[in-house]
Design a protein around this ligand. Structure first.
Ligand code: F0G
Length: 467
């Protein structure tokens, strides 16, 4: 028996009923959704592991904070509470709230990037890269090679490869690099952390060349936990201290508060530089809202401030990442190929190895996500060639090394029993992988195609055959 010395640091006060459906009903639902789990109705989903974004259960304290909403158009009290929380835990000087993370990415890209610039980052994120491209920039991947290898056990696969960064500076010149975008707990790599030593070294290298570093702080708290667990010298530091130290090596951040900060909507741009912050305040009013609410209701800002405080509590983060590990370990025990080490916000199944009978142009990860839904009502997400989109220059499909299905765990929402049901379904498909049929596009949108694309099976009319 595996010894378990901890459990969730909360109890349940209210429940939300789930819809139970049959495989036949789900086969119809997924066909109608064009075999894209984004197009399913959530009412048809049993266990929703599409994303950890905005799917959090808020605490009783956050709900109480919602009642303190000050819905003044300008100068809401809640803005100042949020500003204090961001200052206290992240340490940045200026706060510009936005409706969610991509709002902050949009503003930063617009104020910092000029046509022909190069924007290095430790692996791409879909919305981040698109905003950089729409502002005339070209994304350059400077993540370490281990991140692209699903079997590497390297504990800090989020690290920037300093040689790649130096090579970019040598090639294009520091004045063509408006900033480096440094993502913590890199999502597309499988929720993999950066080490503090690397973050510090990245800051030093960039600052030596006058290049600012902007953190994508979306999952920086989860990254802080891994630093505490894995990096020498951090075992006795608190999560809050580690988070503060990460931020201290950077010049600002974009933030999707729908993840770490335990809220259903919201984000921010934080900036230390006074002039850049002024530019951001000038432009936020065009795209988001006044600079003291940026697209959020006052009550949302208050709940976020409380959520930030809760997010750095050790018991919370341990249970959160512990639950992800619990699911991952069950899959590893059965030999399912997943990205290792187990990441912070989800389990990433290596669909190429899971479905060796499907070629990349049959979108194995998309097919596996659809088949998993039919099998058990668990909704996952593709993170492979469909998400990677097309090269804007050549128009060709991009085929990243990683062809993944993400089982993303919402914070404080599901129990370990839900994890067990999920593992059983994944394992049963893994034992009969040839039941899963490949897919081809029949509708492909121009931007962020994975959200609204539609597919059809390459053979027959079902993505999962037999029973
Ligand atoms: N950066 C990272 C690392 C993200 O994971 C996300 C969102 C964003 C930025 C954009 O933030 O959604 O608030 O606009 N990730 C979600 C996901 C969508 O499911 O991984 P947003």
């Amino acid at each position: 028996m595996r010894v378990r010395s901890w459990a969730e640091p909360y109890k349940i006060k209210m429940v939300e009923h789930l819809q139970m459906t049959t495989p036949d009903e789900r086969a119809v639902a997924i066909r109608e959704a064009g075999y894209n789990t984004f197009l399913l109705r959530s009412a048809d989903v049993y266990i929703d592991l599409l994303t950890d974004s905005g799917t959090t259960a808020m605490s009783d304290r956050q709900w109480a904070a919602m009642m303190l909403g000050d819905e003044a158009y300008a100068g809401s009290k809640n803005y100042y509470t949020l500003e204090e929380a961001v200052h206290k835990y992240y340490g940045y000087k200026h706060l510009i709230p936005t409706h969610q993370g991509r709002g902050a990415e949009h503003l930063l890209s617009k104020i910092a990037i000029e046509e022909g610039d190069f924007v290095p980052g430790n692996m791409y994120f879909t919305t981040t890269r698109l905003h950089q491209e729409l502002s005339g920039g070209q994304f350059v991947d400077v993540i370490c090679d281990e991140a692209h290898d699903p079997t590497s056990e390297f504990p800090f696969k989020g690290n920037v490869d300093l040689d790649k960064m130096q090579a970019l500076i040598d090639k294009v010149g520091a004045d063509r690099i408006p900033y480096l975008s440094l993502e913590t707990n890199v999502n597309m790599a499988g929720g993999q952390p950066c080490s503090m030593a690397n973050i510090k070294a990245v800051g030093e290298l960039c600052h030596k060349h006058g290049i600012p570093v902007f953190l994508d702080a979306t999952r920086a708290v989860e990254n802080s936990y891994f630093i505490q667990l894995r990096e020498d010298g951090y075992a006795d530091k608190t999560i809050a201290e580690i988070l503060h130290e990460i931020c201290s090596h950077t010049d600002g951040c974009t933030m999707s508060a729908k993840k770490d900060s335990l809220v259903n909507i919201g984000g921010f741009l934080a900036i230390n530089d006074d002039k850049l912050a002024e530019k951001a305040r000038n432009i936020v009013v065009v795209y988001e809202g006044l600079h003291t609410y940026g697209g959020m209701a006052g009550r949302d800002m208050e709940a976020m401030a409380v959520g930030i405080g809760e997010s750095v509590q050790y018991d919370h983060i341990r249970a959160r990442i512990g639950q992800v590990e619990y699911l991952g370990q069950q899959l590893l025990d059965e030999g399912v190929p997943i990205i290792r080490p187990i990441g912070g916000h989800g389990i990433f199944i290596d669909a190429s190895r899971f479905l060796p009978h499907l070629s990349r142009d049959q979108f194995p990860a998309q097919a596996l996500a659809a088949a998993l839904y039919v099998d058990s009502g668990v909704r996952a997400m593709e993170r492979g060639a469909v998400s990677a989109g097309r090269d804007p220059e050549t128009g060709e499909n991009r085929y990243p090394n990683l062809e993944l299905v993400r089982l993303t765990i919402p914070r404080r929402v599901y129990t370990q029993a839900h994890m067990d049901v999920t593992a059983e379904s994944v394992v049963s498909l893994f034992q009969n992988p040839e039941r899963v049929v490949g897919l081809r596009f029949n509708y492909e949108p121009e931007y962020l195609r994975f959200f609204q694309a539609r597919f059809e099976p390459i053979l027959g009319d079902a993505v999962l055959t037999g029973s």
